[in-house]
Structure formats: structure tokens, C-alpha cells
Write a protein that binds this ligand. Sequence first.
Ligand code: HEM
Length: 457
Amino acid sequence: MKVNSEVLPPGYDYKTQPNCTDLDHIPGTFGLPIIGHLPWVFSDLRGLSIKLREKYGPIAKLNIAGSKGVFVANPEVVKAVFLDPHRNFSNEKAFENTIGRFFSGGLLLIDFDEHKTQRRLFQTAFKAEPMRQYTLQINDIIAAHIPLWSEVDDFKFFPHVKQCLLTTSASIFIGVESKDEIEILNRNFVDMFDGMVGIIQKEIPGTKWAKAKRALRNLKQHYESLIPLRRETAVSKDFLSYLSKEKQPDGSFFSDQQIVDHINFLLMAAHDTTASSLTNIIMELAKNPQWQERLRKQSQALSKDCLDYDDLESLVDFDNVLLEAQRLHPSIPMTWRRSIRECEIEGYTIPPNTLIYMPLLYNYRDPTWWTDPERFDPDRFSPERAEHKRNNFAFTPFGGGAHKCIGLHFAGMQVKCFLHQFLLRYRFSVPDDYNPKLMMIPMPKPMDDLPLRLERI
Ligand code: HEM
């Protein structure tokens, strides 16, 4: 990939430029009229990636409901785009017409200097001392939730773990602990996610999209109503209190709008990704009982009900199971950016303002990098085998570069604290022939929400 680092003309603002769709020279087609490849992106992104790659090679046209761009399945391009030393790839413009319709102003959707400043403020919340405190909070919430699950008829794992993790995130990030308030947040999150993937993406009454937009407004109003209360608290126990009182480098406070946008994205990023990830982990551990037993033995060896912050680093097998579940069922199966200047990818000229779609999931099962890629085999991440080091950008579940997931360690902590308590309390299983339909978007999980048989230990 060649990036041209020339200085942009004075007064030129990439943010005011429309997407470039002048891509006749790129192989492939823009799919169906209006919706393009949208149905396949939603129903079978992996199948679509394989098909495009086989038919057209490493670069092809891709069109997601009118957002036309190029599709590139190549870890070297992922590397160049994530590391982006020439500041040639915009997140804000990339996501504007997709997740930007729900999460504009979130940290992932801000570019360059502004992003750097705001990310620095966020980092305070993820340092060792606050993380130590979160571990205690998270342990208590998990301990209050999971003992009740064996009493539930027809227990399905996903909605329960989602509720549990939303409770931890709401408590830590916005200081909300009341059951009723969490229930309202949960309902709105479910409606928003359900509608975001609607084929009709206009606010027409009765459509899922309209329901999702209404849920978004409810959530934002809720966060806004909390800001004056959090500004008054003397000690900032939650992230919203901290953000409401923190000054930016120019001495100004964040506006209410900025705070609401940040919280809206952060809460989604914090609980939905981890809920889906844990669902896939539990599904794999139910299907691979030898791995379930191996982790349980390690938890039992610690002889404690809950993990301490200092235990986390030693649980390497837990990390490897998380990574392997992410490899097979990535929370972020594809990401994208928009070019600012002209560049060259796979020998093709990519004009300025072109969307560059990177199907990360393609790389995660590419036999070039992985041995027996369809198999659940967490030991592939062990220091002896280290398959993920064959190419550092063939496996990027938490992204890379300036926008690398800020909650990476928080997610690992949540997953380990949860698994520890769950493995100590329950042996869990699925029928031998369990082979559910898997969905990928908006978050990967079994479509049936993972019915699970729980046996008390
Ligand atoms: C298994 C769980 C998770 C996965 C797989 C995951 C994955 C990712 C990925 C791939 C990105 C970068 C996307 C891109 O560059 O296009 C990202 C960004 C981000 N994640 Fe996560 N994430 C997880 C959990 C979390 C948690 C628990 C939090 C918060 C506590 C969080 C907060 C964020 C934020 C704020 C960003 C934007 C960072 C920036 O733009 O500077 N994530 N995540």
C-alpha cells in the first residue's frame, strides 16, 4: 500500500467532501440497486468476503446501502490503515452514514488531534487503581446475578449475561444502580440494536429503524438528566461524574452534548461487545467440555469465590479462550475508514474520500496464518505455538493504532471475573447435536440466545 503524504491545500476540509464513488477501475460490482450488498453483509459477511475474494482478488467494490467503497482483505492494509502515520484515514467520515447515525461524537468517531485529547481524558478511567476498584464492583454484581439463573425455566444465556454486564457498566460508568433504571436502559439498548440492522433505514413510523431512533432519544435524554446530579457530587465515583467535571486543555468543560455522546458510545462498547463475547465463550466451553474442566480446575486451585485484580494476569488460559472465541466469532467482524488523500492499494489508485472496508473476520480464518482454522483450539495462542504472531495484523480483535480498544483490559477483567464465578458454581452443557444458526451483526452470537443446561456444583 502506498500513501501519499502531501500537504493538503490551505482551506481544504476533508469533512465537507462527499464520498467518492468514482470507482469504475476497481473489480466487482456495487450489488443491488439502493441496498447494494447490505443483505449479505448482515446475513453472511464471511461468505460474502470469501466470495468477493475468490471472484475478484484482494480488492473489490462493496456497497452497504449506498455507502460505496472498496473491500480489501489483506492484513498489510489493516496495518497501514490502523497505524496511519500520515493521518490519511478518517473515522468520523467513515462511520458517518452507518454507526454514526446512532453514535456520532463517540470516541471511535472522532479524528486526529481532537480524538487524541479526548482519549487522554478517558485513559484515567482505565488505569490500575480504578480497575482494582471496578473488579470489586463487578464481582459483587456477578455474585448477585448468577445464583438466580438455575431457577429460570428454559434458561437462555445471552439475555441474562447482557443484563448482568449492563448492570456493571451502568454502575461503573454512569453511577446508575437501580434495577428499574437498568431495566429501562436495557430495553432501549435492545430496541436500538434490533432496529439498527433494519433494511429500511428511514424513520418511517412502524419500522424497526423508527423504534431504534426512539430508543436512542430515550437513552440520550436519560444520560442528560443525570449530568446536573453528577456535577453536584463531591467525589467522582463513576465516569460520568468525572467527565461532567473534567476540564479540556483549553479550560472549558465538556458540553452536555459531548458528554451524552461519549457515554452513549461507551456504554454500548462496554457491555454489548463483552456480552456477545461471553456468550460465544460459554457456547464453545459447553461444546468443548475438556476446556471447560481445564479452566474450572484453574479457578478451583485459587480457592476463592471471587478473583482479585492481582489474579487476573496469571489466568493465561482464560485469555487464550477469550482470544479463540474472538477469532471464531469476532465482536468487530469488519471495520472501515475513509481516505483523505489519494493512495494506492493492491496496485489500484484509491481516490480521496473513498470508503475502505476491511473484513477482519476473513483474516481470522485464513489458512495462510492459522493451522486448522475452523477448530476451537485456544492453545494456538500459547507462547509455544503463538500462531497470532505469524502476522501481527491478521488478528486484531481489539483493533490497533490510535483507536485501539480502550476497554481491552476492562473486557478481559469482566470476562475472567465472570468465568471464575460461573465455572465454580455451574457445570454447563448443550445437547451433543447443538449446532445453532449464528448471527454476526450487530453482534455475533447464536440466534437462539444459547439455551443452556446448568448443573449446580
Ligand atoms: C470483547 C470485548 C471488546 C472487543 C472485542 C472490542 C473491540 C474493539 C475494537 C476492534 C475497537 C476499534 C474499532 C476500530 O478501530 O474500528 C474498539 C474501540 C473501542 N472500544 Fe472496545 N471492544 C471490547 C470491549 C470494550 C469495553 C469493555 C469498552 C469500555 C469499557 C470498550 C470501549 C471502546 C472504546 C471507547 C473504543 C474507541 C477507542 C478510540 O476510538 O480511541 N470496548 N473496541
